[in-house]
Design a protein around this ligand. Structure first.
Ligand code: UD1
Ligand code: UDP
Length: 362
């Protein structure tokens, strides 16, 4: 069996790592295609090196551009690869432009498509990710859902065939890599941080970063927190901070994006996390650090129901009130909605059975 996988953005490298290993262990050949959507060393290569993800067979090198141009360049590149390689199935992850390009290229050539992290919905169509995930689900043959709710969302859209609840491969990654991260990372001593004595913050969503007033208000909220705030800034955020000439308070420690091992250690030892990231709000819950998510809604609703995560969408006071609430109400139980940490093995097993069934019919 031959799988072609398309990835391109930071969270996809992390989601894909456990699956790459499970495919290898199941004897499934994988052609790994990197679209080049993320390309800085700290946004891409570091994850391949640290996590031991195989070097991509192809890097399309599309880089940054408008959504249309970026997606079109990926589509053209993936189309040519599919025609050349003729894989049995295409695998895509999550909801980025790289996901959509892989999905459309496969659908148009009638190559079966597997979507990992299927069925997520924010119901906010102003997010480019919502369009990407809805369209990808509707192109997919196999839909690997992290949660029951994701399965239910698909059923409401009349997608019931090929749907498998397997759990979340990001949870697999935390299970696989936490011990190694704790052994290898020196981030706390390098930054002079004591456990539980700092906040960790990340923001990169266009609706937080591209509105200068909202970005300034978010930075003001960070500045009013009662401990140091470690702030590994996404390149989009850094460029918007500079363009808006937005200054940071003395307690806000802006740093370059960090590798996954450092990020796991920073998340686990933070007093509280403030973020607008999909992956970080989940990982906060996985490592049992209270979280405030600066968004009007979330597709990861189980995190909020569990009490580990709280949404805050509004002015500085709304963010600070949510932080205060999370400090006072730390849940007593773990979040258990995202599987058993072996989603990748389930995915590899289903892919293998699917291939055997197809070859039996042929
Ligand atoms: C993308 C995804 C988003 C995901 C995020 C993960 C889409 C539509 N968005 O958003 O869903 O949450 O990745 O991080 O696919 N840049 C660099 N170096 C890089 C990468 C980006 O400087 O290596 C800068 C460029 O100025 C670029 C900007 O960041 O224009 C945004 O990058 P892009 O990939 O378009 O979107 P993200 O905001 O990263
Ligand atoms: N991450 C990281 N270093 C950072 C910031 C994030 O390794 O400096 C990891 C984080 O642990 C999570 C993933 O990147 O696994 C989340 O990616 P991001 O926030 O860029 O995207 P999203 O999840 O919102 O799509």
């Amino acid at each position: 069996m031959h799988v072609m996988t398309v990835i391109g953005a930071r969270p996809q490298f992390i989601k894909a790592a456990p699956v790459c290993f499970a495919l290898r262990d199941a004897g499934i050949r994988e052609t790994l295609v990197h679209t080049g959507q993320h390309y800085d060393e700290g946004m891409s290569e570091i994850f391949f090196r640290e996590l031991g993800i195989p070097t991509p067979n192809v890097n399309l090198g599309v880089g940054s551009d408008s959504h249309g141009k970026q997606t079109a360049a990926m589509l053209e590149g993936i189309d040519a690869l599919l025609l050349r390689e003729r894989p049995d199935i295409m695998v895509v992850y999550g909801d980025t432009n790289s996901t959509l390009a892989g999905a459309l290229a496969a659908r148009k050539l009638d190559v079966p498509l597997a979507h990992i992290e299927a069925g997520l919905r924010s119901f906010n169509r102003s997010m480019p990710e919502e369009t990407n995930r809805v369209l990808t689900d509707h192109c997919s043959t196999l839909l690997f859902c992290p949660t029951e709710q994701a399965v239910a969302h698909l059923a409401k859209e009349n997608i019931t065939e090929g749907v498998h609840r397997v759990g979340d491969t990001m949870f697999d990654a935390v299970r696989l890599f936490t011990a190694r991260a704790e052994q290898q990372s020196r981030v706390l001593s390098d930054l002079g941080l004591a456990p539980k004595a700092y906040y960790l913050a990340t923001v990169h969503r266009p609706y937080t970063t591209d509105d200068p007033e909202r970005l300034a208000a978010t930075m003001e909220a960070f500045g009013r927190l009662d401990r140091p705030v470690v702030f590994p800034a996404h390149p989009r955020t850094l460029s918007r901070l500079r363009a808006g000439n937005i200054s940071l308070a003395a307690n806000v420690k802006l740093i370059d994006p960090v590798g996954y091992f450092d990020m796991l250690v920073l998340q686990k030892n933070a007093w509280l996390i403030v973020t607008d990231s999909g992956g970080v709000q989940k990982e906060a819950c996985f490592v049992e650090t209270p979280c405030v998510t600066i968004r009007p809604e979330t597709e990861w609703t189980e995190t909020v129901v569990s009490g580990w995560n709280r949404l805050a969408w509004g002015d500085v006071d709304v963010i600070l009130a949510a932080v205060a609430h999370q400090q006072r109400h730390v849940p007593a139980t773990r979040l258990v909605a995202y599987g058993d940490g072996f989603a990748a093995q389930k995915i590899a097993g289903i892919l293998r059975r699917q291939a055997s069934a197809r070859s039996a019919v042929a």
